[in-house]
Design a protein around this ligand. Sequence first.
Ligand code: FA5
Length: 339
Amino acid sequence: IRDAALAVIEQASDLDELEAIRVDYFGRKGQITTAMKGMSQLSNEEKPLIGKLSNEVRNAITLSLEEKQAQFEADLLNIRLKEETLDVTLQGRKLPKGSSHILTQVREEIEELFLGMGYMVVDGSEVEQDDYNFKRMNLPEDHPARDMQDTFYIGHNLLMRTHTSPVQARVMDVHDFNEGPLKMISPGKVYRRDSDDATHSHQFQQIEGLVVDHHISLADLKGTLNLFAKELFGEDREIRLRPSYFPFTEPSVEVDVSCFNCGGGGCRICKQSGWIEILGAGVVHPDVLEMSGIDSEQYSGFAFGMGIERVAMLKYGINDIRNFYQNDQRFLSQFKARG
Ligand code: FA5
């Protein structure tokens, strides 16, 4: 039995076959089991001899089965290890990479420029009180200039801010001049009931700027804006100041930049004028300072509010403001450069 068993075990080709062999010898009706059962019929002299022999046979077969099983298991493990090997030299698949929105890029560029000139960047709230959006900007109720900016009201005394100017009042309320002059910009979204067209959107972004100190004049404003325009648009672009009106500045100006697409000759963006308006500005009205508790005899300031979309249109020659908000990848993916 032993030699026959060892021979079949040797030839077994997998774990299943080995199990069949084990059953064939040690199963309920297996050869060894049957032989052991037959022991009871042996004489007392034969029992120890045959018993010893059969134990040896059983141990030899068991050992051989175990060895073979261990060998099969080791083989299987090796095969699995081989199959699961990672080829670290294989080229990876490229994942499409996103980037920040073109308006975010332009906003950050403007922020960096003013940070470099010592301004702080302040956050404002898109939901604003009527008081701050209008009254504190020298626009009492019934003031006709409230019509200049059609407003989304969301409750009594609460509205979606129509410009970033209310941040001026909020910052002036808390500024301590013992710590130095006030120099801040405040970027953010604003909302108006404008009809959308190539240069107007009902939701757009502004950057407010405010400087208050002793002896600040229109000349400081002009110098600052000139520097800004040259830095952002390049030396060859021109800016011009036109007299304008805002209740919160006196005098007030609007600033145009020479148009990109037509080289100043006139096109659809600038409506044939060769110029596009990017911001409103002026010398802070003394009443606005006083409402924040700032002595207008001692202090003066300038302020400006620019449209970020308009700046981006001029910088990159984009001829329709709606491109910024339609999420067309063909448009957006052109501006991946700065990420
Ligand atoms: C204002 O909003 C004033 N608060 C600006 C200001 C601040 C003046 C501080 C003086 C001192 P205005 O409504 O002109 O002004 O808007 C300012 C800029 O926002 C415009 O020059 C233009 O660039 C942009 N803008 C205005 N309306 C829209 C619109 N519907 N869509 C896109 N950009 C707009």
